[in-house]
Design a protein around this ligand. Structure first.
Ligand code: P6P
Length: 282
């Protein structure tokens, strides 16, 4: 499986360069979620597809930017689901963005998720890798050739960062009570609109809550299960935190019906997930 980590390191360098030097305009296309595609989205997807074609253990790939599953290697064991450049619309206001990867073996669901990774393209390029049963590992791009291991990531029982997603006017009353309650306790608002840097910050600051709830306008939430919600659910759970849906059920029990299915999601330290359970009555 570490051959996939090596490929993600190579991909990170190439996407970083594309972000620095390539056109930030819109392509003519739309992705499967009906979102307009930036040229950078298409370019990042092509970089990943090209690199994974050289990794024979990868059987299939599923991308936010592709309508359907793409077969790569008959003898491959893993399906890699990825969001090539999450939050790409933030690039033209010079905010951090990221790539997210879920590595599945057997079933395309929380049970089949065996590893996950993300790359943050910020002031530094950083990478987090996790295998089921192990602590998440943090690396940073020391130069154009290698990533250096920094250390393992653990979440404390409680944090003080609140990253509330979704359109506030469409929040249900009990969700608003959860968010306002944390602010009442002195939590700090840290929300950029990019889930990768927003979730990365909570991990490195060792605690807090990231939420993207079901809302009146998006009852099933906005974030995609296979290549956004589940990879981070594995990372947060292996870091000692929790990752649940709006019923308080572990996101690692998700079983998507379609490759672009979404789910409400709450990821954070144990104290904040307990606060969510109390506010939602679950
Ligand atoms: P909202 C970026 O488009 C993204 O998919 C995630 O990175 C981010 O958490 C979310 O959407 C932001 O959505 O509705 O809060 O702007």
């Amino acid at each position: 499986m570490l051959i996939i980590l090596k490929a993600i390191e190579d991909i990170a360098y190439k996407i970083e360069k594309a972000i620095q030097h390539e056109d930030l305009g819109y392509s003519e296309g739309q992705n499967s979620s009906g979102e307009s595609q930036l040229k950078l989205d298409v370019r990042s997807d092509a970089i990943i597809e090209h690199r994974f074609k050289n990794v024979s253990v990868i059987k299939d790939i599923i991308s936010e930017e592709k309508d359907e599953i793409m077969h790569l290697h008959d003898k491959g064991k893993y399906t890699v689901c990825y969001d090539p450049l999450d939050g790409s619309s933030l690039v033209d206001v010079n905010l951090s963005v990221g790539s997210i990867f879920g590595i599945y073996k057997g079933s395309l669901d929380g049970e089949g998720l065996v590893a996950a990774a993300y790359v943050v393209y910020g002031p530094r390029v950083e990478l987090v890798w996790v295998q089921k049963g192990q602590k998440p590992k943090l690396y940073y791009a020391k130069n154009q050739k290698e990533f250096s291991f920094v250390g393992e990531i653990t979440l404390n029982e409680k944090g003080n960062i609140n990253a509330p997603g979704g359109t506030q006017k469409h929040w249900e009353p009990h969700h608003k009570a959860l968010i306002d309650g944390l602010f009442e306790e002195g939590y700090r608002l840290r929300y950029s609109g990019g889930m990768v840097p927003d979730l990365h910050q909570i991990l490195l600051k060792k605690g807090g809550l990231f939420s993207y709830p079901g809302t009146l306008d998006k009852p099933k939430g906005k974030l995609r299960q296979l290549f956004e919600v589940l990879p981070f659910a594995l990372i947060y759970t292996m870091a000692g935190g929790e990752a649940v849906d709006s019923k308080g059920v572990s996101l690692l029990q998700l079983k998507p019906d379609h490759i672009h299915d979404t789910s409400p999601c709450f990821l954070g330290s144990r104290y904040e997930i307990q606060a969510m359970r109390e506010a939602y009555g679950v």
